[in-house]
Design a protein around this ligand. Sequence first.
Ligand code: NAD
Length: 472
Amino acid sequence: MESEMAAAEESRVVVDAEVAARLVKGLREAFVARKTRSYEWRVSQLKSILKMAEDHEQDIADALRSDLAKPELESVVYEVAMLKSACTMAIKKLKHWMTPEKVKTSITAFPSSAEIVPEPLGVVLVISPWNYPFLLSLEPVVGAIAAGNAVVLKPSEISPATSSLLGKLITEYMDNSLVKVVEGAVAETSALLEQKWDKICYTGNGRVGRIVMAAAAKHLTPVLLELGGKSPVVVDSGINLQVATRRIIAGKWACNNGQTCVAADYIITTKDYAPKLLDSLKHELEKFYGKNPLESKDLSRIVNSNHFARLTKLLDEDKVSGKIVHGGERDKSNLRIAPTILLDVPRDSVIMNEEIFGPLLPIVTVEKVEDSVDIINSGTKPLAAYLFTNNKKLKEHFVMAVSAGGMIVNDTIIHLAVDTLPFGGVQESGMGSYHGKFSFDAFSHKKAVLYRGFAGDVPVRYPPYTKGKLRL
Ligand code: NAD
């Protein structure tokens, strides 16, 4: 594995603006030749992705371990299996998705028939992040291919083992005249962004999201921006606390140790209920990760020293450090931070104003659980919002009053595995959505086609516009 990665590194082409322009030109020529239009090409490429994931499950898990010390179960379940499921669904439904949709027409166009014809956009760019570097690279590619586009994938340089593996596998398994990988960092991404694309899908942070959108605006290129934010978890009393606690832990620490876009960023609960919730979290965390979680093989490490420094700085802020009520241990040499809970940190602290994206979880307490809605709505719109309750009224109020990319009542994160739901953010947490059929739609143009014959030609629309015609 290491020697293969070294070989891939040696053979890496440096992509500057000139190379990127040539790359896009070649892909555009191949796209114009209409190969991607056929059902057969699309299915063959989707099957290749599926086979690639099946043949290399262990290599993928090894790369993810190298990049993030990701536990194998998380790699298999949250990256490989989810990709396979997206591929299988696309293969199964593709014929149906590609079929033009007949629609009714209006009296103005009588007699006529109409349909909506999905067509590929052209040559698209997918820029992916480091936290789920396999799934979040290939799941948009599945949508782009299903919709019949040529694709360039730019994986994150922050997860180099997965980036290199993707470069190697895509070269080996895919039709390289139409599907390519460009490895690299900011320089390479910037060179790619200078080109004219037919859609750019970017998953990552809002700062780079703005750079991507500005670059896309120069060519009027549409964007799909999958960003992040501070996803709240509201915990009401009168619930099954053990189940709720386990589900909060599963969506926070048992997913990349908090380095997940839809991980719980902070909890809101009442002052009265906070001690019970805290006890339960401590108890379950110890059951899952033992007394010394820094040594647990079931927790990912922090991805690199920059993110380690960013997270420890959040914890070490003067007004925050005294608020740690659980965890707080760290090991710089192994980039490990234990699951850490903070209680009632000041609302003007940095940790309460930036996406945490790591294993730290502040609990905010309120007098009444209903107050949580104002707290959430006072910030930017989150990618996800979670509520644990048995109260029907609260549930209804929360769903109607809180705006978020997605929402779950009585669980966390698993909405992203429900492929009948669109996955995406709103305002600062993103633009557009994908997953399941929404992925096909995200990379298609819905062409409106109206069919008419020559019979039934109504002269009222033609000049001269006589008074008699006006009265009709
Ligand atoms: P990252 O740093 O790996 O960046 C993503 C991509 O942007 C990389 O390919 C990188 O090369 C490129 N990039 C970085 N700086 C650039 C620049 N100046 N110009 C051009 N390109 C540049 O990933 P990240 O942003 O650290 O990922 C974490 C963020 O992503 C979090 O905010 C998280 O919430 C969000 N995220 C969102 C989703 C989602 O589905 N909505 C999923 C995962 C992560």
